[in-house]
Design a protein around this ligand. Structure first.
Ligand code: IPD
Ligand code: CA
Ligand code: CA
Length: 259
């Protein structure tokens, strides 16, 4: 009998292989809303992951991005799945995207797997057991000064139509840090904070499947995660501020600063 971690890794690797094989090929692309894309590969990846997890653990239901409305009732455990995080990147041939699979149990994420197939990076964590990149333990950075920090962020899909689209925060932070990155795959951004490649990351308007696995991996690597206003983190409150812990309050102060 495989463990739940075995099953999640197997599904992520299989889906990653499928996605990799379709990278930079002709794709059927549809707009879910203006600037929010979905490809046939998102759907194929989801189908494969759901089938793979179901065959290993038939009784555990799933909350997965593309079949969001079809979610089954769940008792205490469920998988939370983003079959392709970073679809815009994938559709444009930009190699920064990942599969994200988490297990939520009694309202807590207890297991997370994020697999970036082109980068060949497999991030894993189980609650209380640390975080790993390709089986090697990872830790957040030790950067103490905001002026030495590299931060990541992203822009919501409603950026065209709303003024509260993260541009105020971006403009504020760019004057305070070494530089900012906008890599377009939130699950992987969180893992990059976990691995110390970024010192922090914030974003608005995220969904539970963007956050579940990455937030656990970050916490297990010694990082801190809250909402962007500093209140306790929840998968269902749509925002995230993730950091190496040391810089958390300082980044938060800048995000909350009104000019
Ligand atoms: C998106 C990515 C992106 C973030 C969006 C997400 P998707 O996920 O994580 O970085 O800015 O808010 O929706 O749609 O590619 O799975
Ligand atoms: Ca996503
Ligand atoms: Ca997705």
């Amino acid at each position: 009998m495989p463990t739940k971690m075995d099953a999640a890794i197997k599904a992520a690797l299989q889906a990653g292989e499928l996605i990799k094989n379709r990278f930079r090929t002709d794709l059927e692309i549809r707009e879910k809303s203006p600037s929010n894309l979905v490809t046939e590969v998102d759907l194929q990846s989801e189908k494969l992951i759901l089938a793979s997890l179901k065959s290993a653990f038939p009784d555990i239901p799933s909350l997965s991005e593309e079949t969001e409305l079809l979610t089954e009732e769940f008792q205490s455990e469920r998988w939370i799945i983003d079959p392709l995080d970073g679809t815009t990147n994938f559709a444009h041939g930009y190699p920064f995207f990942a599969v994200s699979i988490a297990l939520e149990k009694d309202n807590q994420v207890v297991l997370g797997v994020v697999y970036a197939p082109i980068l060949n990076q497999l991030f894993t964590a189980e609650q209380g057991l640390g975080a790993y990149l390709n089986n090697e333990p990872i830790q957040v950075s030790k950067t103490r000064l905001l002026g030495k920090a590299l931060l990541g962020s992203g822009f919501p899909y409603y950026a065209w139509s709303h003024s509260d689209n993260n541009s105020r925060q971006w403009t504020r932070l760019i004057r305070k840090v070494v530089s900012l990155r906008c890599d377009g795959a939130a699950a992987l951004d969180l893992c990059n904070v976990a691995a110390g490649s970024l010192d922090g990351f914030w974003e608005l308007d995220l969904e539970p499947w963007d956050l579940a696995a990455g937030a656990l991996i970050l916490k297990e690597a010694g990082g801190k995660v809250t909402l962007v206003d500093g209140s306790p983190f929840s998968l269902y409150q749509r925002s995230v501020l993730a950091s190496n812990t040391i810089l958390h309050d300082e980044i938060l102060g800048e995000l909350l600063f009104e000019e």
